[in-house]
Design a protein around this ligand. Structure first.
Ligand SMILES: [Fe+2]
Length: 345
């Protein structure tokens, strides 16, 4: 990558560091920015709110026939396979705390439940983590089409104004790739990618900032019918060492209270720490004993760790019973362990 961050004078402009004293749980929610953004009416810095009243309007504003949220370039730094999480802030991470909240709609103003949102951004110093998944994560909108991302205000890097990257996808629909911007940034006027239709509305809450933005995906008609997850989540956080170039180990998860078969899109969240992940083979072993391959070896993949979510068609498997994550290391030298894993039904 040729972008160097030697020009970091501005990067600290994000009003201070996060205090390590417990992050305030911001129950306060700013009003969602209605579709005036998507309709092309920029929110100016003058509209930046001050302290927030903490109330979400009963009915989000939305108008039939609004224009879809504009797409923008992905840029060079997207990494597939981000972990499933909406909290991107990690202990010790510098930066001003930021929440981004809003709704995902279609063009009929119908909230889109279970829409996938995959976010990535620069850290406080303007750097992307292109080796791991720092400040990267994906999650799904709730049944009301609402989302909340917890992160930090991204730092600046040369050539761009302050921005967040996101991909938004309704079930079985095309992906919208775009970026969100901050009002009042000096760089907005100089950045040729910047688009005022993608400005968040900003306010302050809980010692951090809150940005609101509603996305409008470019389809009409009934929202997709994919069933959102029923909420059954089962995990094992026990540490299981994976012997070097040795026999496979397993970590069990007992699933109960899930009638019938497992879903066609069973989500398997895996956190395997390893110094050379190309050595690692992963399978999900169903209660029936049938193994579903999650990951093959790849001698060229020298990166560390497998922290990702796999989707397995497990509709032929009974849901209840003991599921196992099976891991093995197939070549000499590098080793690792299963840190944790979970099943989302
Ligand atoms: Fe970027």
């Amino acid at each position: 990558m040729s972008i160097e961050n030697d020009d970091r004078a501005d990067a600290g402009a994000t009003d201070g560091e996060i205090t390590r004293k417990k992050m305030l749980k911001m129950t306060a929610m700013a009003a969602p920015v209605p579709l005036l953004l998507a309709a092309g009416i920029g929110v100016s810095a003058a509209q930046e709110g001050s302290a927030d009243d903490g109330l979400l309007p009963a009915t989000p504003e939305c108008h039939d026939g609004d224009q879809p949220t504009v797409a923008q370039t992905e840029g060079p730094y997207f990494t597939p396979g981000s972990p499933e999480r909406s909290e991107l802030v990690e202990p010790g991470m510098a930066g001003t705390r930021l929440r981004v909240i809003g709704f995902v709609y279609n063009r009929n103003c119908t909230p889109v439940a279970n829409a996938l949102m995959d976010w990535w951004q620069a850290d406080n110093g303007g750097n992307y983590d292109n080796r791991g998944y720092r400040l990267r994560g994906h999650f799904y909108t709730d049944n009301a089409g609402k989302f909340t991302l917890s992160t930090i205000v991204p730092g600046l890097y040369p050539g761009r104004t302050r921005h967040l990257h996101v991909k938004v996808q309704a079930p079985n629909r095309p992906i919208l790739t775009t970026q969100l911007y901050f009002p009042g940034e000096p760089g907005n006027g100089r950045d040729t990618i910047y688009d005022p239709r993608l400005l968040m509305r900003m306010s302050n809450a809980g010692g951090g900032r809150v940005g609101t933005y509603d996305f409008v995906l470019n389809f009409t008609g009934a929202p997709p019918t994919t069933t959102p997850p029923s909420g059954g989540r089962f995990e094992n956080t026990g540490n299981v060492p994976i012997p070097d170039n040795g026999t496979a180990v397993t970590s069990p998860v007992t699933v109960t209270g899930q009638p019938g078969n497992a879903p066609a899109a069973l989500r398997v969240n895996v956190d395997v720490r390893h110094t050379y992940r190309g050595d690692v083979v992963l399978d999900l072993v169903a209660p029936s004993g049938v193994a579903h391959r999650l990951k093959n070896t790849d001698a060229t993949d020298s990166a560390a760790d497998v922290i990702t979510t796999y989707t397995v068609n497990a509709s032929a498997e009974r849901a209840n019973g003991i599921w196992r994550l099976r891991a093995s290391d197939v070549s000499r030298r590098d080793t690792g362990h299963i840190e944790a894993w979970s099943l989302q039904f």
